[in-house]
Design a protein around this ligand. Structure first.
Ligand SMILES: [Zn+2]
Length: 419
């Protein structure tokens, strides 16, 4: 995890886990799995005489409350109506409402994990490979296999996302933009939102400066022919091209909701979604870091980027070995790495803003990083140029100035040889 705490953790209502997470990851958003909570309702309240009616009211209160205030009002009404004010389980649930009720947790990004999804679904990673009785020694090999399958699946999905795209269902350029950027899986989800246009009716509520507020009536099919009307508010900032909807789908799942999309496309005639609304994690043109992790059965020859990654890791490991002997060399190396990282990040950001130029990165002897826009608009692709191309520019390597890293490594090597 590169020394970083997770932003979000979903567990069942386990007290020990709750205490541990609070202590170890105090800033992480910890949510209880709603599926687990709801599956306990029959066990906790099934013997109650008005159980069926109560359950319907409880589900409405939990799933249909758009705001925290609405949830609190509805909850009070439900427990009073069914005379359940003294029920210890319900009291505890209410006390922890900010950790499980959709109205409270939907403003936080949960990487696509919906409130109704079972938290264990992520365990599918190990399905068929690792079981509760797998001995530790076997676990290492099985983990390797599970990882290999994941990388392979990702490659297949990437291949599929580029070679077989879902056809567009509207004429809006934003849909075309998302088709070009998203993986097929994510695009399928966002197309559902475009399909929902037919059920939405936007109207302007007010304008205050650059901010316009729209009401979007969404007709949701509840069951059979029963249609329910739900009202959402969409705020649009003209100067920043910022949009926010009270359904909080973007904050929660990282994709634009139909309400925001209808305001952007049909009302404001926005032709292109700002890049901040297309999360990197859903893009098909980015290589995930874990695809570079080498497993014992992996053959990297068909993956030049993974080969380079592997090669760099070997070099870094050598540098780390040399620099970790003394505090001074350790500190120097830390400073060098920090500087290198800043340069790489800064370069990456510059590359994104100016797609045509190939900025020079001050790591002498290293490959030059350029950014080539394949279709000029949406595709982002960092390519490492071959050292032969990079060498044709600037001073020849024999006379050029050495970088700090090179100097430090050379000095460290000389010190070792002298010893
Ligand atoms: Zn919305």
């Amino acid at each position: 995890m590169s020394d970083r705490a997770p932003n979000a953790i979903i567990t069942d209502q386990d007290r020990a886990m709750q205490a541990a997470i609070r202590r170890v990851f105090p800033r992480a958003n910890h949510r209880f799995c709603l599926w687990h909570i709801m599956s306990k309702v029959p066990h906790k309240l099934g013997s109650y005489s008005q159980y069926e009616n109560f359950k319907g009211a409880l589900l409405n209160c939990v799933y249909d409350s758009l705001t925290c205030d609405e949830f609190e009002t509805r909850w009070q009404q439900v427990v009073e109506k069914y005379n359940l004010q003294e029920n210890a389980w319900l009291c505890q649930l209410y006390g922890e409402r900010h950790q499980w009720v959709p109205a409270y947790v939907k403003g936080i990004f949960w990487a696509g994990m919906s409130t109704t999804q079972r938290s264990e679904s992520m365990n599918a990673f190990f399905d068929g490979y690792v079981g509760p009785k797998t001995p530790l020694k076997k676990f290492v090999g099985d983990y390797d296999n599970a990882l290999m399958r994941m990388v392979e699946n990702e490659r297949l999905a990437d291949f599929g996302s580029y070679n077989k795209m879902f056809p567009l269902i509207t004429l809006h350029s934003i849909e075309r933009q998302l088709q070009a950027s998203y993986t097929n899986e994510k695009f399928k989800e966002v197309q559902e939102e475009f399909r929902g246009f037919m059920m939405c009716l936007p109207s302007l509520l007010k304008c205050e400066g650059a901010i316009s507020t729209y009401e979007v009536i969404d007709r949701v099919r509840v069951s059979g022919d029963f249609i329910k009307e739900v009202k959402y508010c969409v705020y649009f900032n003209d100067t920043e091209c910022e949009v926010q909807c009270t359904c909080r789908l973007f904050e929660f799942r990282g994709i634009m909701c139909r309400h925001a999309l209808i305001v952007l496309t049909l009302v404001k005639d926005v032709k292109e979604l700002p890049s901040k609304y297309i999360l990197d994690r859903w893009r098909k043109d980015l290589k995930r870091k874990y695809t570079f992790v080498k497993s014992s059965y992996d053959d990297l020859s068909g993956n030049p980027k993974a080969q380079k990654y592997d090669d760099l890791c070997n070099d870094f490991s050598e540098v780390a070995f040399l620099a970790s002997d003394y505090n001074e060399t350790y500190m120097t190396m830390k400073a060098c790495i920090r500087k290198l990282k800043e340069e790489l990040l800064c370069n990456g950001l510059r590359s994104e803003s100016s797609l045509s130029s190939a900025p020079s990165l001050h790591i002498p002897g290293a490959y030059s990083i350029c950014n080539e826009a394949t279709d000029g608009r949406y595709q982002k692709c960092n390519k490492l140029r071959s050292p032969l191309v990079a060498k044709s520019k600037g001073k020849p390597s024999s006379t050029r100035k050495q970088s700090i890293v090179e100097k430090v490594v050379r000095k460290l090597k000389l010190t070792k040889v002298k010893k």
